[in-house]
Design a protein around this ligand. Structure first.
Ligand code: AMP
Ligand code: GLY
Length: 430
């Protein structure tokens, strides 16, 4: 029996905690800091320790005799939590800081892809706003501008005109809207197509693919409006056919593993490739994340039948090539409810009702929710994710919205079309 520490406080971590808490191998699960959702799971306790306070986390791991640590968000990984835990001899599943640069620096990630011939959009990196603006004159639009560093999924701007691109450069490089993350920017070619998330577990040498998923990053219906951390997700993503999956492994995942090894930084941990799939089925990498996706994890955990603790142990033992993984064949759809205004400024502290609704094969995963004397209050931009599992995408979508319709708070906002591509495909097949 194992004591497990899970780091993070989002909807992703609630879904991971829900799954971990069902493990027959679990003695006790601790979450740092945790949220109002993780606090409700069986055999699970919030610690309140900040996800980036590595020394406090180490002290906790020592005190509670933690056998395995899992990391939800990118920030502690970029800060070197895995390096530090490994130095101290503690088992932790995630990439070391050097390998986590695949996510923490877009310039690193683009240069790495170029070096190892991983398909991605053409790009240039800039540290000088005047040179960046000059470059715009040679480009066609739309064009994509990305802050180099971590910006919670919001540091990407798709500029339709030169003026918009100039404004974005001004915002990122001169006004420091994303802090130091925008000191360096990547400007890249706009890619058209359908996006999908391809997530694998990596043990340094081998990849164990997860089920495919798709996220809706734009705030509004029809994938319109500003980019967010993710407004909903579903799994599987029918756009990823078995043939395409083979191509992704051969041209993206395996070269990352081999490349990182060649660089002297073998990759261990979850690896998330954000892909653009063109109408001719060719693929290009939009980004790498060195962790599970949020909200992709919510539908993925609903479908995962294998024991998550065992999977991590196998990964730490370098045995992923011998490790089976089982998924529920049904479809899971998760719809995020956020606070009005997100991804820009929003209010917190709104009373939430309807969280105690029980619905079969459906679950509310909480994110920005704070429990206070028996009340649940909003505490973040993305508040929760209503997730449902059903035989078809059409039904899973219907059930997720049915669950979400019971939830109320002032300023609640959500898209009403999450999973529409999978639903349209089902309609077309009828
Ligand atoms: P990233 O954080 O790099 O994945 O970018 C966030 C989102 O911006 C992606 O999920 C896409 O929706 C969009 N995006 C990023 N790069 C491109 C690109 N080159 N072409 C079109 N859309 C992009
Ligand atoms: N859902 C996108 C992400 O986790 O980055």
């Amino acid at each position: 029996m194992l004591n497990v520490l899970l780091i993070g406080n989002g909807g992703r971590e609630h879904a991971m905690a829900w799954k971990l808490s069902q493990s027959k191998q679990l003695q006790r699960l601790y979450v740092a800091p945790g949220n109002a959702g993780t606090a409700l799971e069986a055999n699970t306790e919030n610690t309140g320790i900040d996800a980036c306070d590595i020394e406090a986390l180490l002290a906790f791991v020592r005190e509670k005799k933690i056998d395995l640590t899992l990391v939800g968000p990118e920030a502690p990984l970029a800060k070197g939590i895995v390096n530090r835990f490994q130095e101290q001899g503690f088992a932790i599943f995630g990439p070391r800081a050097e390998a986590a640069q695949l996510e923490s620096s877009k310039a690193f990630s683009k240069d790495f892809m170029k070096k190892y011939q991983i398909p991605t959009a053409h790009y240039q990196t800039f540290e000088n706003p005047a040179l960046a603006k000059d470059y715009l004159k040679t480009q066609t639009f739309p064009l994509v501008l990305k802050a180099d560093g971590l910006a919670a999924g919001k540091g990407v701007i798709i500029a339709q005109t030169q003026q918009e691109a100039e404004d974005a450069i001004e915002q990122m490089m001169s006004l420091h809207t994303f802090g130091s993350a925008g000191d360096r920017i990547v400007i890249e070619e706009f890619l058209a197509g359908e996006e999908a998330s391809y997530i694998v577990m990596v043990d340094g040498e081998h990849a164990l693919p997860f089920a495919s998923s798709q996220d809706h990053k734009a705030r509004d219906n029809g994938d319109q409006g500003p980019n967010t951390g993710g407004m909903g997700a579903y799994s599987p993503a029918p756009v990823i056919t078995p043939e395409l999956e083979k191509t992704i492994l051969e041209t993206v995942i395996n070269p990352v593993i081999a490349g990182m090894k060649a660089e002297g930084h073998p990759y261990t941990g979850f690896l998330y490739a954000g892909l653009m799939i063109a109408p001719d089925n060719s693929i290009k990498v939009l980004e790498f994340n060195c962790r599970l996706g949020d909200p992709e994890t919510q539908p993925l955990m609903m479908r995962l039948q294998s024991d998550l603790i065992t999977l991590c142990q196998q990964a730490l033992a370098g045995e992923l090539h011998h490790t089976p993984i089982q998924w529920d064949p049904r479809v899971a759809v998760g719809v995020v409810a956020c606070a009005e205004g997100y991804p820009n400024a929003y209010q917190t502290g709104q009373n939430i009702t309807g969280l105690n609704t029980e619905q079969e094969h459906a679950k509310l995963f909480l994110a920005g929710v704070h429990a206070d004397a028996g009340h649940f209050l909003t505490q973040g931009g993305r508040v929760l994710c209503a997730t449902a599992l059903a035989p078809t995408a059409t039904l899973a979508q219907k059930n997720a919205y049915q669950l979400l319709n019971k939830v109320h708070f002032n300023g609640i906002y959500y898209r009403t079309d999450i999973g529409y591509r999978a639903v349209e495909r089902e309609r077309a097949l009828k």
